[in-house]
Design a binder for this molecule. Structure first.
Ligand code: TXE
Length: 482
């Protein structure tokens, strides 16, 4: 398999003729190669997107009525569902995620496209009361051409929530998927072309971040950047955007707490707590990677969680176990080195999962790990690991729980388990993050629910109607009619 870029509804070979190997993380074997994009390829993709939009929104995509954009997005959603098994298999082989997670990602994508399809013709402005003799109104216009830099953990879902929303708002898109996981995004662009999206509405340039990604974020033909990835790269993208005053949305991960009070319904909480860290092998921006437990139930919670962790299995995606391998060697070595440091620092392992006997030795498998009594200031409690590692620590009272929960550089999501209604609300208001879940974690994905962070978790919102607004520019028109 050798894949070129997908630009203007066609496969386009990389200008410099180079390709990047694609590795199957479940056994280290080759899946083929993808184009290694450079500034030339980015130029071609941006030019295609600009002509789809047109100078004054008069291009084939720019001039399309909102209702027609909506119909196309509905058709895209249906086509995704028709290709569900193929897309899930592609995603599972490329990223290593279990087939059951990959299938859920495809269902979420279809739903994102459906949600944004229905929103296209509901994005209206307002008329504003003003001085006599004026008629003032606001209109929401697309930015023009939006860039989408997508990481490897959820390519299909992140395509849905950023590209889906941007298209619905009327923008043309240039997408740069991660070098480790580009196959599903390329296939999605091909499917979109087949069902009637005009040439240039969706373009995909693959390649390395420091080459294709950097060229895209610096390109003067880009009017908005949506980035999901690491804090370090997010800062670089933000700086590139600031140099030319380009609006940007950054979703940069977290160190999200799951807080268990003494009155929590543990039967309900514990399976959710486990899933919140092992889902996608912990490679989830909103993973519940810190567990804060009231000291009176700490030992009981850890004992029960240890039993659950010991039963977790990691293995090949097709076996649909709790976890597949990590995405690549770099991530695998990073998680191993973090665990080695934990051991050297005397942090206790409360329990570990197991590798399935079919997990190839050359695959990037990491069993689930539950760590206990992790000091709040330790890097394990402060830094994103992006692996199936849960750091547990006790707290004495509500004030301490809030202080620990808010005590990192991140602020993406938080989970709170308590039956006390007033405490639920106090916590919800005092936690510094973008989403708070009370007696659940993640609310089953909810495409309708605005998502994003504060502090080093980034800014701007994805998902829901809020994301759609972010992909528009508000224009005020004042007409003096006398
Ligand atoms: O991320 P990068 P990496 C975290 C997670 C992980 C760490 C490193 O902790 O261990 O990041 O992962 C593109 N200009 N998250 O190295 O570099 C790159 O090609 C423009 C959290 O994979 O942020 C890819 O498409 N683009 C996270 C995307 O940025 C650049 C999801 C993400 O890569 C670029 C993934 C540049 N200079 C990792 N350099 C989350 N928030 O969910 C790279 N890219």
């Amino acid at each position: 398999m050798q894949k070129s870029h997908f630009i203007a509804n066609d496969w386009v070979a990389p200008a410099e003729g180079e390709f990047i190997p694609v590795i199957d993380p479940s056994d280290g074997s080759s899946l083929g190669e993808i184009a290694r994009g450079t500034a030339h390829d980015v130029d071609a993709a941006v030019a295609a997107a600009r002509s789809a939009i047109g100078e004054t929104f008069d291009g084939p995509w720019g001039a399309l009525a909102a209702a027609q954009r909506g119909r196309l997005l509905y058709r895209f959603s249906a086509a995704v569902s028709e290709h569900a098994e193929e897309l899930a298999a592609l995603e599972a082989s490329d990223t290593g995620k279990s087939m059951k997670t990959a299938r859920a990602d495809v269902v979420a994508l279809a739903r994102y496209l459906e949600y944004y399809a229905g929103a296209c013709d509901k994005l209206h402005g307002e008329t504003l009361p003003y001085e006599a003799g004026y008629m003032v109104m606001t209109v929401r216009e697309p930015h023009g051409v939006t860039a989408h830099i997508i990481p490897w953990n959820y390519p299909i879902q992140i395509f849905g929530r950023t590209v889906g929303a941007s298209l619905a708002a009327g923008n043309a898109c240039v997408v740069k998927p991660a070098e480790d996981a580009s196959l599903s995004v390329l296939r999605l662009a091909e499917i979109a072309a087949a069902i009637g999206f005009p040439s240039g509405a969706i373009n995909v340039v693959t390649g390395y971040g420091h080459e294709a990604g950097a060229a895209l974020t610096e390109h003067r033909g880009i009017d908005h950047i949506s980035f999901t990835g690491s804090t370090v790269t997010g800062r670089r993208v933000g700086e590139a955007a600031a140099r030319r005053h380009c609006p940007v949305t950054l979703e940069l991960g977290g160190k999200s707490p799951q807080i268990v009070f003494e009155d929590a319904d543990l039967d309900a909480a514990l399976p959710v707590i486990v899933n919140a860290i092992v889902q996608n092998a912990g490679q989830t921006c909103s993973a519940g990677s810190r567990l804060l437990v009231h000291s009176s139930v700490y030992e009981q919670v850890l004992e029960r969680l240890a039993r659950s962790f010991r039963a977790l299995r990691s293995g090949p995606p097709a076996l649909e176990l709790d976890m597949g391998p990590l995405v690549n060697r770099k991530q695998y070595e990073l998680v191993k080195s973090i665990l080695a440091k934990a051991e050297a620092d005397g942090i206790q392992v409360a329990a570990c999962g197991e590798l399935h006997p079919d997990a190839a030795a050359a695959g990037f498998y990491q069993e689930a790990v539950l760590l206990r009594d992790v000091p709040h200031g330790h890097s394990l409690a402060q830094e994103e690991i992006f692996g199936p590692v849960l750091a547990a620590m006790p707290f004495e009272d509500e004030a301490e729980a809030i202080r620990l929960a808010n005590g990192t550089d991140f602020g993406l999501v938080a989970g709170v388990w308590t039956r006390d209604g007033a405490r639920q609300l106090r916590l919800a208001r005092k936690l510094r993050c973008g989403q708070v879940f009370v007696n659940n974690y993640g609310a089953a994905g909810g495409v309708e629910l605005p998502f994003g962070g504060v502090k080093s978790s980034g800014y701007g919102r994805e998902k829901g109607f809020e994301a759609l607004l972010g992909f528009t520019v508000l224009k005020t028109i004042a007409v003096r009619h006398g």
